[in-house]
Design a protein around this ligand. Structure first.
Ligand SMILES: Nc1ncnc2c1ncn2[C@@H]1O[C@H](COP(=O)(O)OP(=O)(O)O)[C@@H](O)[C@H]1O
Ligand SMILES: [Mg+2]
Length: 255
């Protein structure tokens, strides 16, 4: 990869749940470059979502360091950490919208929570802009999530993730379970969003190698709680590591 400025640095990260001896993450080291799209790949159950939750400061390491934008997450006070998290936007697999709030209310929510300095009118204006950026039509703004298609829910989830103009945007399996057309739509939306949010860093968890190669500038493959390989698409194509080769072959046979 050459040298790059890191947005996220993870050092010797280990995680076991409930004080157990099974480490889901077991000495994981990873540098995620600033301003680029990084895709985290790996078979199901290898700890990708657990890693993402560490980056978000939602899970605390058993040991090791998680540094985001130059700050060690767990050297901050709870209050500082809550504030710091505003620099991160996340789109979870099922969009996790509030089902009893309208589309517009869903996107206003983080602004009302964290931007008390903004007037109610500015909050609505900002939310409308984010929804438009995510490709939502105004006629849907007053609807409840239950009235929307899967693709539209993704768009609303993305608009909400972007509400606070995050420096880092994380996506956990954004296209899992979607049909090929919706998958391409969401992949393109991720690319457009990345280009639009100048200087932002995007991190996408996926088990779709095909998408990883299409949109990822930097790819890291997880296995057994560690990073097996971290590099460019080229590094992956040239890799001699058996498991990487198998994953790459599988990714290409798929389509
Ligand atoms: N809160 C939790 N408590 C106990 N085990 C967990 C928890 N979250 C994840 N795990 C375990 O960690 C492993 C990795 O999970 P995950 O990160 O979700 O995998 P994936 O790579 O598919 O996203 C799994 O074995 C899962 O059961
Ligand atoms: Mg997962």
């Amino acid at each position: 990869m050459g040298t790059f400025e890191s947005a996220i640095r993870i050092k010797s990260l280990r995680k076991s749940f409930d004080g157990g001896r099974d480490f889901v993450l077991n000495g994981l080291n990873l540098d995620i470059p600033k301003g680029m799209i990084t895709v985290l790949i790996g078979y199901s159950g290898t700890g990708k979502s657990v890693l993402l939750k560490h980056i978000l400061g939602l899970l605390k390491p058993t040991s090791g360091v998680v540094e985001v934008l130059g700050k060690d997450l767990w050297s901050m006070s709870d209050e500082e950490l809550v504030k710091f998290r505003c620099k991160l936007g996340v789109l979870f697999q099922h969009a996790a919208l509030f089902d009893d709030m309208t589309v517009l209310e869903n996107v206003c929510f983080p602004l009302r929570e964290h931007r008390r300095d903004l007037s109610p009118a500015t909050i609505v204006d900002t939310a409308v802009k984010k929804l438009q950026m995510s490709g939502m039509e105004e006629k849907h703004f007053a609807k409840l999530p239950g009235e929307l298609s899967g693709g539209m829910r993704k768009r609303v989830g993305l608009a909400r993730a972007l509400a606070l103009d995050p420096e880092i945007i994380l996506y956990d399996e954004p296209t899992t379970g979607l049909d090929p057309i919706l998958t391409e739509m969401v992949d393109n939306l991720i690319l457009e969003t990345h280009r639009h949010q100048k200087g932002s860093t995007s991190v996408i968890v996926s088990h779709d190698l095909f998408a990883a190669f299409r949109i990822g500038e930097h790819i890291a493959m997880l296995d057994k709680g560690k990073v097996l390989l971290s590099g460019t698409v080229d590094d992956f194509l040239k890799s001699d590591v058996d498991l990487v080769k198998r994953f790459v072959d599988k990714g290409f046979y798929k389509k």
